[in-house]
Design a protein around this ligand. Sequence first.
Ligand code: PMP
Length: 360
Amino acid sequence: MNRIFNFCAGPAALPTAVLERAGAELADWHGKGMSIMEMSHRSKEFVGVAEKAEQDLRDLMLIPDNYKVLFMQGGASSQFAMVPMNLLRGKSTADYINTGQWSSKAIKEAKSFCTVNVVASTEGNNFTSAPSQAELKLNPDAAYVHYTPNETIGGVEFDYIPDTGDVPLVADYSSSILSEKIDVSKFGLIYAGAQKNIGPAGLCVVIVREDLLGDVVAGTPTMFDYKVAADNASMYNTPPTYSWYLAGLVFAWLKEQGGVEGMAEINKRKADRLYSFIDANDFYANPVAKNNRSRMNVPFTLADDALDTVFLEESEQAGLMNLAGYRSVGGMRASIYNAVPEEGVDALIAFMADFAKRHG
Ligand code: PMP
């Protein structure tokens, strides 16, 4: 097997051990003579897989008992609508923090359902920082406060969890869930598309405080009602069984790696090493405020963007894949999620040093 180092922002690298296990049990799951994806979602086998995945996620994130864990479909983008549909609960405004392209999309979608107050925006500095707590102009009457702890495109990460008092805090954790320990009790709702730190695309994990369920906007489709999902153990309809199973394998793998705390240490080492290298080398630059640099997505530019194509060609030849920046942004971006090993980051740095020497 020839596994390259994959720096894709999503769908992203999955742990090789997980893929090998999924491969080994693909056609014959645990001696049942069929694949897990051929089984009824109501079978005791699949229900066992589903329940273990949830329990492992609860263990990893220390999710309190008064939170429901939902395995939903439609990616993280569907949550941009589901959040207001479920959490407005009779109110007409919601607060949003704008730190980049993903929070902007969430804001745009929410505007169909309520008055959106953008309580802080870093658009003025081209989304290269996150606002401080003091800069948030929060409204006590807001139904909730939404933010994006890690902006995948800009590589901007909050270095604190906003304090929103009694107003529920909602976080799009798509690109940094499970990368470090977080206190779930500080949130009303957390959602995360799976295709970075969880598993295959399409699946979206939602972690929601129970008391926020059950008062949806009129006309909310049944499938978008968190309470319906919660009351039916995320099986109101046929869930994405194979993605759920694979997420479960990733959670089990994470536990073997020392859980979220073990991962956090490795992630910090990876990010520190890459940013230190970029800062020390005049050929490369990262524009993000130092305290807001993402540990998961590291955008960088070359001193001469005419060399971008050559950089991408040569890095691919070196087995370092998917380093192109977001389509509308350009430059480079190395996404170094949980499944990207430290050796991958070391190999990238060695390549970048050599490239700069030859072209700088
Ligand atoms: N939010 C964030 C922070 C993301 O990074 C992404 C995907 N890259 C999304 C939302 C959208 O996710 P999906 O494509 O699963 O809808």
